[in-house]
Design a protein around this ligand. Structure first.
Ligand SMILES: [Zn+2]
Length: 393
């Protein structure tokens, strides 16, 4: 950035600093309305504009483009208010934005922009009711509608108010013809989760069906329906639904593999289980799938077959977790004199694996060991997934 650019950026800061210094000394007189600030700041701006440009400082030069100048000053006030909000100075942020909202001489669109930022100030300050009301006003007035819808959605998500989120998402997609079905499906899944916690299974079922109506590719809804079917003993339905999850999002297989085996075991369907095992054997699998399948093969057939499967698979898809399991196997097999050394390697690998996160957000890089449908750090949906590779699955 060149020095003149920097100077221009610093001008509004200088204007505001001057104003706030004056405001502090005038505090007792009560002479610091937003209107007064506007006049002060506009004059400051225009004066500097003339001073720093090559134009002669005639009255004509000052007033010929007065609406452009007012617009420039308004934009600067909004940017400065945003800057204060980012710094956590809510009083100044609200003051700067209110100075635009209250100025009836300005165009509606620029005042709407300021109203939008004011709503965000309230949100940052934790005044969620005021923030919600301000966003709704904007939508009602037909200004900044898409942005206000997005902000309202985030606000309802933050409060876990899923019913309201559904209302706003539906209005948003009606307004701009852009489908938010995938997001509405997640809201229904969240509602279903609440219903399950409240032991209202029937309601949960209905909510999950609604989720699929909004987004038939919603793997989460299929997975939750499958879990409910498994609990209800509807094994063939559960199997179909888990199969669908696998087709929709193969990376979710580690999340459902144990339940899939549970379905086969409870349904007592040995031939289907064998078909499934054959399929797993023929492909490269994630570590969790390899580990669970190894146990099932050992129970259904014998441990030699299970160990052979394990070795084949680990060679096909090496991972630290697989290596750790293999090292643990070697403790038993090693000679008494060497056992201590192998145990040291095991302990080391245990430590390394323990420190590795299992999931990562593709949007913000957040890492953790719990699966989230919505990233707890950046708020994105469907952005957290299993870490694939040597250090993960
Ligand atoms: Zn994230």
């Amino acid at each position: 950035m060149s020095i003149p650019d920097l100077l221009w950026l610093l001008l509004p800061v200088a204007a505001a600093a001057g104003w706030f210094a004056a405001k502090r000394s005038d505090e007792r007189s009560g002479a610091h309305s937003t209107k007064a600030f506007w006049d002060y700041s506009s004059e400051f701006h225009e004066g500097l504009n003339v001073l720093l440009s090559d134009q002669p400082a005639t009255p004509e030069g000052l007033f010929s483009n007065s609406s452009d100048a007012a617009r420039n000053t308004a934009d600067t006030h909004i940017a400065l208010g945003n800057h204060y909000r980012q710094r956590g100075d809510m009083e100044r942020a609200v003051f700067m934005h209110t100075s635009i909202v209250d100025n009836e001489e300005l165009d509606d669109d620029v005042r709407a922009m300021a109203r939008f930022e004011l709503a965000r100030d309230y949100e940052s300050a934790g005044l969620l009711d005021r923030s919600e009301a301000a966003f709704k006003d904007l939508i009602q007035s037909g200004h900044q509608v898409d942005e206000a819808h997005q902000s309202l959605l985030q606000l309802h998500e933050r409060e876990s108010d899923w019913q309201q989120a559904i209302v706003v998402a539906t209005a948003a997609q009606n307004h701009n013809d852009k489908s938010l079905g995938w997001r509405i499906a997640h809201y229904y899944c969240e509602l279903a989760l609440e219903s399950i916690k409240a032991a209202e299974r029937h309601l949960a079922d209905e909510q999950l069906i609604k989720a699929l109506r909004h987004d038939e590719a919603c793997a989460r809804a299929s997975m939750m329906l499958a879990d409910l079917a498994l609990e209800e003993g509807e094994y063939s339905r559960a199997n179909e639904l888990y199969e669908r999850v696998e087709q929709l999002r193969p990376e979710l297989v580690p999340e459902i593999i144990d339940k899939r085996f549970d379905v086969f075991r409870k349904a007592g369907n040995a031939s289907e289980l064998d078909e499934f095992l054959k399929r797993i054997h023929s492909q490269r699998n994630a570590y969790s799938v390899i580990r669970s399948t190894r146990e099932v093969i050992a129970t259904r057939f014998n441990s030699q077959l299970a160990d052979r499967f394990f070795k084949d698979q680990i060679l096909k898809r090496p991972s630290l977790k697989g290596l750790r399991d293999w090292a643990h196997d070697q403790v038993e097999l090693s000679k008494p004199g060497e056992r201590d050394k192998v145990q040291v390697i095991c302990d080391l690998l245990d430590k390394v694996v323990e420190d590795k996160p299992a999931y990562r957000c593709s949007s913000c890089g957040f890492q953790g060991n719990v699966m989230h449908w919505r990233c707890p750090s950046c708020g994105q949906w469907d952005s957290v997934s299993t870490i694939i590779g040597v250090e993960g699955e």
